[in-house]
Design a protein around this ligand. Structure first.
Ligand code: SF4
Length: 273
């Protein structure tokens, strides 16, 4: 991480971070900071909200307006912030369990409303902070401390879930494809509506060790070898996509934004009373 970014956007007294050696979350946090920097946003006009989990440590390190809330409720708090202060750029940093299990209901309703919040899911396929239990994005058949014989649930595609619920911007990135991720975060922030990026991280400590995925470097190489950009994938026959997962931008459409619609109601009420 460049020293300029650290000085400008991080709380020096809170570093070094407590993520495990080789964890992908630092790369994701850095990508979010870089995107904010590239867009030239005033950091006092940015509010970063998190729930609970390894991912949700990020706002503790980031020197913006920050809220570290309760498990699964980041989007509920973020919705309150955005309704009260619509001029703020509200960014939610959440994990796969936080966003799609405990907070699943908040996720679908925030997406349905198309409220102008950018949600970055740090997706490590596991509950890392509590010891490696399987989450809604643990692949079917993979191991977790609560799935010693393999996970029998089907896993969520969080980007597809958010898009189907009404999010106007959805994408997927990975910790390996950091440069692409920065651009995706920039686009997500610029979308006037609900945006979600499913960012595939690596958890060598629990998901990796439990599933014999090798070192952090091996896990990063796996991301490199198995991710394929959605535009490139469109030109390939289905057999070439076997075992791969898609990254890039999936949905980017313009639709009425919730706080603007709400403001129109207030103005109408004031005119008619
Ligand atoms: Fe990262 Fe996993 Fe360690 Fe959590 S438990 S900090 S996700 S490596």
């Amino acid at each position: 991480m460049s020293s300029q970014l650290v000085q400008q956007y991080y709380r020096a007294d809170k570093l070094p971070h407590i993520w495990c050696p080789g964890c992908g979350h630092g790369i994701l946090m850095r990508s979010v900071s870089q995107a904010i920097h590239n867009l030239g946003l005033d950091k006092d006009k940015v509010c970063i909200v998190s729930g609970i989990g390894c991912s949700s440590r990020a706002p503790g390190y980031m020197d913006f307006n920050t809220l570290h809330t309760t498990h699964g409720r980041a989007l509920a708090f973020a919705t309150g912030v955005k309704m009260a202060r619509p001029e703020l750029e509200v960014i939610v940093v959440t994990g796969d369990g936080d966003a799609s299990a405990i907070g699943g209901n908040h996720l679908i309703h925030a997406a349905r409303r198309n409220i102008n919040i950018t949600t970055i899911v740090f997706n490590n396929n596991v509950y890392g902070m509590t010891g490696g239990q399987y989450s809604p994005t643990t692949p079917n058949g993979d191991l977790g401390t609560t799935a010693p014989y393999g996970n029998i649930d089907k896993s969520f595609d969080i980007a597809a879930l958010a898009g189907a619920a009404g999010a106007t911007y959805t994408a997927r990135g990975t910790a390996y494809h950091a440069q692409q991720l920065i651009k995706l975060v920039e686009n997500a922030i610029q979308n006037k509506g609900f945006s979600l990026i499913d960012t595939i991280s690596i958890c060598p400590t629990y998901y990796g060790r439990k599933n014999k995925k090798g070192s952090a470097v091996d896990m990063m190489n796996w991301l490199k070898d198995h991710a394929i950009d959605v535009k490139a994938a469109q030109k390939l026959p289905p057999e070439k996509l076997e075992g791969k997962f898609l990254i890039g931008e999936f949905k980017n459409v313009a639709e009425p934004e919730y706080t603007e619609e709400y403001q129109k109601i207030i103005e109408r009420f004031q005119k008619e009373r």
